[in-house]
Design a protein around this ligand. Structure first.
Ligand code: NDP
Length: 445
């Protein structure tokens, strides 16, 4: 494999898709050495077959707002690779959604799902619909219209969508309801379902919990823990909420949350009733970061700024892709940050990652550190298939074990001669090897 040549060819075929190209380059650079040591990969064109999605469905989604006005959004589902199990990956509803973003997310999902130890292939989907400020009735009509197309290509053993940015329990409920009506089936075709109709306990908080479990494993390798540490978190969505809750349980003080308009710094820590207040605002589709600073006057809102300027021991980026650049990374390192564990997908730019690795801090890439969400989705599928429900303790214990296993795989493949663990390299190689070997076994298809 020649990474530069592959990337030039890929860019020619897919111009104007920077996020997708960024995600592919990161993986190719990590696996280049091991790939070239295994000539059977080259002769089966494993990498050329892996970087192209199996198929992409795009469709229009017409819907009517509360004033009777019709709108049209674009819907997508990208089924990337199903070598180790049915397609699996979330749906994102956000105005920034485009093919490049969904292809990067779908590509990452292949390796993440492989790391979880569960039989799941990679996929992603969504729409450029913005749920912000919409009424519940508008969101319901949109979700139903989206499912009118999506249901044709999904199924409990085929492709199992879940949530992501802008898609939580409410949206999953509306989409699942429409799927059920169209197919006449009540199966585990989506994950993140409501508790009383097939959902798993802990699923909403699983990505954040898993991220903190992963960070705890990384910290242990240096004799450190969350106890007494200052933690900076970005975003305040599903992932950030779970991460804040678990980090606080482990004795840390979380001092920031953020939104696209800025961040809040609360030196007393964000926990307990403050989290309840944030969750109430979120449930009503309102902005949450600025109102927090009015409600809790000891906190400060920093408009247009990113939370990475705050001094912290541990950083948990939980908002969106490329939200942490070289300058932010340098600031974190200068301020004494020892660990960055990604709750979001690809939140650090390649230049930021270089800073973390050059400075040999603990850096957990999203595809490993945030795999707790899809892992718990996998556990939800198992419960659906077996028609049983595990307790919170059972699910959390399984999630914990999976995160420990992912950490172990990263250490196995990412430990360098001087003992430093390059978790990015470890995650990419471990995720790749399993999928590549499955593709070899199954022939050129
Ligand atoms: P949510 O929609 O629940 O939350 C996203 C949060 O990030 C919101 O608080 C949002 O603010 C904020 N945000 C969005 N853009 C920016 C920005 N540019 N700067 C700062 N904050 C921003 O999404 P999730 O929590 O589900 O997802 C967050 C990340 O985690 C994504 O990268 C997602 O792909 C990843 N992920 C999610 C999983 C899951 O299980 N949900 C699983 C694995 C990864 P606002 O609401 O004001 O726009």
């Amino acid at each position: 494999m020649n990474v530069d040549k592959l990337m030039i060819d890929l860019e020619k075929k897919h111009p104007g898709e920077p996020e997708y190209l960024q995600a592919v380059r990161e993986v190719l650079e990590s696996i280049e050495e091991i790939y070239n040591q295994n000539p059977q990969f080259e002769s089966a064109a494993i990498i050329e077959r892996l970087i192209e999605p199996d198929r992409i469905l795009t469709f229009k989604i017409p819907w009517i707002d509360d004033q009777g006005q019709a709108h049209v959004n674009i819907g997508y589902r990208i089924q990337f690779n199903n070598s180790i199990g049915p397609y699996k990956g979330g749906l994102r509803f956000h105005p920034s959604v485009n093919l490049s973003i969904l292809k990067f997310l779908g590509f990452e999902q292949i390796f993440k799902n492989s790391l979880t130890t569960l039989p799941m292939g990679g996929a992603k989907g969504g729409s450029d619909f913005n749920p912000k400020g919409k009424s519940n009735a508008e969101i319901m009509r949109f979700c139903q219209s989206y499912m009118l197309e999506l249901w044709k290509i999904i199924g409990a053993d085929v492709d199992i969508p879940a949530g992501d940015i802008g898609v939580g329990g409410k949206e999953i409920g509306y989409m699942y309801g429409m799927y059920k009506k169209l197919s006449g089936e009540h199966t585990g075709v989506m994950t993140g379902k409501g508790r009383s109709w097939g959902g798993s306990l802990i699923r909403p908080e699983a990505t954040g919990f898993g991220n903190v479990f992963f960070a705890r494993e990384m910290l242990k390798t240096r004799g450190e823990s969350f106890m007494g540490k200052i933690v900076s978190v970005s975003g305040f969505g599903n992932v950030a909420w779970g991460a804040i809750t678990k980090a606080t349980d482990f004795g840390a003080r979380v001092v920031t949350i953020s939104g696209p308009d800025g961040y809040v710094y609360d030196p007393d820590g964000i926990s307990g009733e403050k989290i309840d207040y944030l969750l109430e605002l979120r449930a009503s589709n309102q902005d949450i970061v600025k109102p927090y600073s009015y409600e809790f006057p000891d906190s400060q809102f920093h408009e247009g700024k990113k939370s990475w300027e705050v001094k912290c021991d541990i950083a948990l980026p939980c908002a969106t892709q490329n939200e942490l650049d070289r300058e932010d990374a340098e600031m974190l390192v200068q301020n004494g940050c020892i660990c960055v564990s990604e709750g979001a997908n690809m939140p650090s730019t390649p230049e930021a990652i270089e800073v973390f690795i050059e400075n040999k801090i603990l850096y957990g890439p999203g595809k490993a550190a945030n795999a707790g969400g899809v892992s718990t989705s996998g556990l939800e599928q198992t419960q659906n298939a077996m028609k049983i429900s595990w307790t919170s303790e059972e699910v959390e214990e399984k999630l914990h074990q999976i995160m420990q296993s992912i950490h172990g795989s990263c250490v196995k493949y990412g430990t360098e001669p001087d003992g430093f663990v390059n978790y990015m390299k470890g995650a990419n190689i471990a995720g790749f090897m399993k999928v590549a070997n499955a593709m070899l076994d199954q022939g050129v298809i």
